[in-house]
Design a binder for this molecule. Structure first.
Ligand SMILES: NC(=O)c1ccc[n+]([C@@H]2O[C@H](COP(=O)([O-])OP(=O)(O)OC[C@H]3O[C@@H](n4cnc5c(N)ncnc54)[C@H](OP(=O)(O)O)[C@@H]3O)[C@@H](O)[C@H]2O)c1
Length: 215
């Protein structure tokens, strides 16, 4: 319950990544099924079931063609939200062709598949704060940022995550898609050290950072 209580109560924004010990969430070709073990996959589905909306970046939809539905636990499917600023995703992706849950596309481009919300381009793509605000206006307040690394990092950098869960699997990928990337720092005392609960999730280790207390 500790893992889900705050999130279930909402409004809340939670980011999650499953990475190798060497900080990769996929291989260089974008293959990521699966980095983490079965218990973490069930945990992911539970987070989806508790969320009003699950948010992913265009890179994840391009690489994985995910359904983003709840299948390993009982619960309803969240609204699926894709951040696709340049509108590059093709209409053949599952999110756009199945009818399992609504799909919103946040983009600077009006034309394309899915129900689209056009946002102005910011200096680094779409402003994550505008994404959160837009979704909250639609009554979507429990937000699960499921990946990939670029997307979760942009929400973290913008100070919009209440919690960040990093699950570390006991494997080395050696190269590939990075997990968290933030602007460079010079000294270790500039590193983020938020309060953290650590627990086992099968073979994996979950680092559950509480970012609300770190400012
Ligand atoms: N292990 C895990 O937990 C996990 C979870 C999810 C995905 N994955 C894997 O991760 C890989 C994809 O990750 P990724 O980091 O390369 O890509 P990503 O985060 O899925 O998508 C990045 C793209 O989304 C758009 N985007 C997202 N947030 C944005 C923002 N705030 N502002 C502007 N644009 C934003 C941009 O698209 P444009 O460049 O088109 O503007 C950006 O390049 C895939 O291989 C997938 O399999 C792993």
């Amino acid at each position: 319950m500790e893992l889900y209580g705050d999130f279930a109560a909402g409004p809340f924004t939670l980011g999650h990544l499953g990475q190798s010990v060497d900080g990769r969430i996929a291989t260089e070709t974008g293959h990521s099924h699966y980095v983490t073990g079965e218990e973490n996959i069930i945990h992911l589905h539970r987070l989806r079931a508790l969320a009003d909306a699950v948010i992913v970046g265009a890179g994840t939809v391009a690489a994985d063609d995910p359904a983003l539905t709840v299948r390993h636990v009982t619960g309803r499917n969240p609204v699926r939200v894709v951040i696709d600023p340049k509108g590059t995703l093709p209409a053949v992706r599952k999110l756009f062709t199945d009818s399992d849950a609504p799909t919103l596309v946040l983009s600077t481009v009006e034309q394309g598949p899915g129900e689209r919300i056009v946002l102005p381009p910011g200096p680094n793509g779409l402003d994550p704060a505008a994404v959160v605000e837009t979704l909250r206006e639609r009554g979507l307040t429990r937000l699960f940022v499921e990946g990939g690394g670029v997307t979760v990092s942009s929400f973290l950098k913008a100070g919009l995550l209440d919690r960040l869960q990093i699950v570390i699997a006991p494997l080395l990928i050696g190269s590939g898609v990075p997990a968290i990337s933030l602007p460079s720092i010079q000294k270790m005392d500039e590193a983020l050290r938020p309060p953290c609960r650590i627990s086992r999730m099968g073979e994996d280790v979950l680092f559950d950072f509480d970012l609300r207390k770190s400012s």
